[in-house]
Design a protein around this ligand. Sequence first.
Ligand code: AMP
Ligand code: MG
Length: 339
Amino acid sequence: MITELLDCSEKSLKKAADVIKSGEVAAFPTETVYGLGANAFDESAVRKIFAAKGRPADNPLIVHISDISMLKGLTSEVPELAYKLAEKFWPGPLTMIMPKSEKIPSVTSGGLSTVGIRFPSHPAARRLIELSGLPIAAPSANLSGSPSPTTARRVYEDMNGRIPVIIDGGESSVGVESTVLCFENGGVRILRPGGVTPEMLSEICRVTVDPAVTSELKPGAAAMSPGMKYKHYAPKASVEIVRGSAEKYAEYVLKSAKAGDWCLLFDTSEAVEGIPYICYGSDSREQAHRLFEALRELDVKGAKHVFARCPELKGVGLAVYNRILRAAGFNVTDLEVQA
Ligand code: AMP
Ligand code: MG
């Protein structure tokens, strides 16, 4: 299959909408990461997403809408709180899980009775949904297990020959996938952290952060958010998160590093002598924006092992930590505890 890389003009978006209407898959930009979209109602189209990514069938897809009025046809029940959160955070990087309507096939929801719904803010994503006149089921546009793509070029690297069309809408601004939440006891539970932070949600309702966000599930335990159970977002190098001050980090890396090892830092001032590095930002928003591209760059450089400075667990930093923890396969060295 030939993969066409298109700009995000109205003409290109119409072409991509036609692709989606005809039961095929198109990649498109969103403010979180690039998505791989198909008609959420069409079982055979949705199967093509799973095939292109090599995604496990029990990992549900998020359904994207371009207007709150589309919620009704996708869900069997919308809690009052969902409308309140939608008013505040939609369009934007928030996915809400609700009981699904019968019109959503079980392939889309990974066999679950619920469906995750998001109204993205990226103008090209919104226009694509409007033009296709359909809710678009879309996971991140990477091969399963790899870091999510935040540029069309990275989508092309993973999807060339696997899908007919990629829309280029520039760099994704947020850089990590949406916040995923479900409703419980009048409040919400965060199953996956993202650009809408626990602090932002707490201004509206009671918020619980699911323990699976920051720790590994016990073998055999059921994941409330199926994507959290897979090793994910990983570059080819092994990744080790190192928690501690810049001084302790440098001391530890100097002692442990071998040839081919790299550092993943917040700032150039933290460089460890003799060890190559990539910086992924000094504040949490910047780290989220840069993280996946930094992980892909480490592959290009041929890094063998990566010592990643541990982000703060506050605000969007929680999302950064959640992703990097999975990229590291839960390998964390805590220098504060060891001291
Ligand atoms: P991706 O689109 O690749 O960012 O992955 C979507 C993720 O959202 C999945 O891996 C799940 O963890 C989560 N998700 C989507 N739909 C549901 C649902 N119905 N219930 C629980 N989690 C969901
Ligand atoms: Mg993904």
